[in-house]
Design a protein around this ligand. Structure first.
Ligand SMILES: C[S@@+](CC[C@H](N)C(=O)[O-])C[C@H]1O[C@@H](n2cnc3c(N)ncnc32)[C@H](O)[C@@H]1O
Length: 230
C-alpha cells in the first residue's frame, strides 16, 4: 500500500463529473463542480481501485453518497458488480440518475441506514469517509458485520479520518462539522475512530489488516485500511 497515490487526472475528473450535469443548460451544476473538484483532488478513488485490483468479487459500497466509486470502477474498466447504499434518499436518486445516464450495467443503489442494518452480501466491501457518522458501538458492529461478508480473495477497503493529536485530525473534524452546517451532510459526525479502534474488530475477525495514510495534497488525516482473509 502506498501513501503517495495521485488523484485522477483533471481530464478524467471532468469526464466522470459530466455524468452529474443537469439535464437543462441552466440547471443546478453543484454536483458537477463538486464531483470534478473531489475526483480531481482526492487520491481516494485511485487508492481504492489499487486496493481492489485483481479482485472480481461483487462490491458493496456502504455510505456510497453519489456513487462516485462506481464511476471510478467503470472508468478503470473494472467490471465487478456494485451495490451502493446510503441513508440520504436525495443522494441515492442523483446517484441512480448519473449511473443510468452512463448506462452502467451491474450497478444498483438503495436507500439504507447503516445504523439500523445491512443488506445481505457476500464479496468485497467499501466504507469510504462514512465511519465518523456512526457512534463507536455502531462502528464496531459495522466493521464486524462487514468482515463477515468477505469471501476468499475479497477485500474490505475502508477510508477514514483517523483521530490522533495531529493538526490534520483537527482539520478533518472541523471540516466534517462544517459539511453538516452548510447542509452537504444530512447528519452530524459522531465519532472519529483511532487506528487501533478501527483495526481491533478486523483483527479479532481473523483478517490481515494493512493501513497507510491516503490524503495526498489534501489537509485531512485520511487513512486507507485494507483487510482480507489470510
Ligand atoms: C463523506 S460522504 C462519502 C460518500 C462516498 N462514500 C464517497 O466517498 O464518495 C459520507 C456519506 O455517508 C452517508 N451516511 C452517513 N451516515 C449514514 C448512515 N447511518 N447510513 C448510511 N449512510 C450514511 C452520508 O449520507 C454521505 O453520503
Amino acid at each position: 500500500m502506498s501513501g503517495t497515490t495521485a488523484p485522477f487526472a483533471r481530464s478524467d475528473a471532468r469526464r466522470i463529473a459530466e455524468a452529474f450535469l443537469p439535464p437543462h443548460p441552466f440547471g443546478n451544476r453543484f454536483d458537477y463542480y463538486y464531483v470534478r473538484g473531489k475526483v480531481g483532488s482526492d487520491p481516494l478513488y485511485p487508492g481504492v481501485l489499487a486496493a481492489l485490483r485483481g479482485c472480481d468479487a461483487p462490491l458493496l459500497d456502504l455510505g456510497c453518497g453519489l456513487g462516485l466509486l462506481a464511476h471510478a470502477l467503470r472508468h478503470d474498466a473494472h467490471p465487478l458488480d456494485y451495490v451502493g447504499v446510503d441513508n440520504d434518499p436525495a443522494k441515492i436518486a442523483r446517484a441512480r440518475r448519473a449511473a443510468e445516464k452512463r448506462g452502467f450495467e451491474g450497478v444498483r443503489f438503495e436507500v439504507m441506514d447503516l445504523a439500523r442494518g445491512l443488506p445481505a452480501h457476500r464479496g468485497s466491501v467499501a466504507i469510504l469517509d462514512v465511519l465518523q457518522y456512526l457512534d463507536s458501538d455502531a462502528q464496531r458492529a459495522l466493521l464486524a458485520n462487514a468482515a463477515a461478508m468477505l469471501t476468499p480473495g475479497a477485500r474490505l477497503v475502508i477510508r477514514s479520518a483517523i483521530d490522533d493529536d495531529s493538526g490534520r485530525a483537527r482539520t478533518s473534524r472541523t471540516t466534517d462539522r462544517m459539511a453538516q452546517w452548510i447542509g452537504w451532510m444530512q447528519f452530524r459526525p459522531r465519532s472519529w475512530p483511532t487506528l487501533d479502534r478501527l483495526r481491533a474488530p478486523l483483527e479479532a475477525a481473523g483478517l490481515q489488516v494493512e493501513s497507510a495514510p491516503l490524503y495526498g495534497n489534501t489537509p485531512f488525516n485520511n487513512w486507507l485500511i485494507v483487510a482480507q482473509r489470510g
